[in-house]
Design a protein around this ligand. Structure first.
Ligand code: AMP
Length: 298
């Protein structure tokens, strides 16, 4: 079970249960960090956060076929298990769960988990299959591992809200923790899919966070949400993005659409944009000055 790298490596849910039960028998708290691998510093930051909440940290690596449509990049999705194991060992992760597709979806599998309203907006519009696949696999991973805590990145903020919801609705009883977005030097949110970008596309990609940060600043200093969003949209097209899938301000609590005139609670600006064959997503929190209250000009 123990890999050369020093990280326990398990491939079946039975092995995973045995490991978790062993640690539990020693009164240890368990954290799970679900990923699709090709790990970067964003993933590893979640391992570090998990370590603050638990005695043992397990990272799962599973490229989930159910969250890719037939026209998406399941086959091309970057994978590198050896480097991932070395990175997890260096990050002081205790174990990695590397299930096969058959382990997660055995012959005859026909159940799916859907979270209705939260999955209907943002990425759920252009990727209608996506959150059903995510909700189903995360429910399975949480059930197979039964961790005390699971950590997910705010990079995928909608996904985080959906997982919080399914955890409540299905009484899974796991403490769900969100980790802040880890960015490259120019602010590009780290993502396994950044590996697809050519050098010229990579430059353009670095403008996404700049446009979002500017819009968030505009809104927090009292400019109207619509104006800020239109300006960001223009900035992205001028920067060289081929298409802007969405650019929207939504409340953090329930992802309801904000504005145009009032931010009634904490909100973020969310975007998905395409460069060549690569679709990037990002989001940026909008800080609201207490002096002005929560009423940006319409
Ligand atoms: P993925 O491997 O893309 O499915 O991501 C696995 C987990 O890592 C998810 O909870 C993501 O939200 C999180 N994650 C991905 N990129 C980042 C990042 N740049 N910063 C923080 N968390 C991230």
């Amino acid at each position: 079970m123990k890999a050369d790298s020093g990280v326990y490596s398990v491939e079946t849910k039975e092995q995973l249960r045995q490991l978790v039960e062993y640690w539990r028998s020693q009164n240890q708290k368990i954290a799970l960090v679900p990923t699709m691998g090709f790990l970067h510093k964003g993933h590893l930051s979640l391992v570090t956060i998990a370590r603050q909440y638990a005695d043992r940290v397990i990272t799962s690596i599973f490229v989930n076929p159910k969250q890719f449509s037939p026209t998406e990049d399941f086959d091309a999705y970057p994978r590198n298990a050896d480097e991932d194991l070395a990175a997890l060992a260096a990050a002081n992760c205790d174990a990695v769960y590397l299930p096969s597709a058959e382990e997660i979806y055995p012959f005859g599998f026909q159940t799916s988990v859907s979270v209705n309203d939260l999955a209907g907006a943002l990425c759920g519009v252009s990727r209608p299959h996506f959150f059903g696949g995510v909700a189903t696999v995360v429910t399975k991973l949480l059930n197979q591992c039964r961790p005390d805590v699971a950590v997910f990145g705010e990079k995928d903020f909608q996904q985080l809200k959906i997982i919080e919801r399914l955890n409540l609705d299905l009484d899974l009883g796991v403490e769900i923790i969100g980790g802040p977005i880890v960015r490259e030097a120019d602010g590009l949110a780290m993502s396994s899919r950044n590996a697809y970008l050519s050098p010229s596309e990579r430059k353009i990609a670095g403008r996404l966070n700049v446009a979002l940060a500017q819009a968030a600043k505009d809104i927090s200093t009292g400019n109207g949400i619509d104006d800020a969003v239109h300006r960001a949209q223009r900035d992205l097209v001028n920067a060289g993005f081929d298409a802007v899938d969405y650019l929207e301000v939504r409340h953090e609590s329930d992802l309801s659409l904000a504005g145009p005139g009032a931010l009634s609670s904490s909100a973020r600006i969310f975007a998905a944009a395409q460069i060549g064959r690569t679709r990037l997503i990002d989001n940026w929190p909008i800080s609201i000055s207490t002096e002005r209250g929560r009423q940006p000009r319409g």
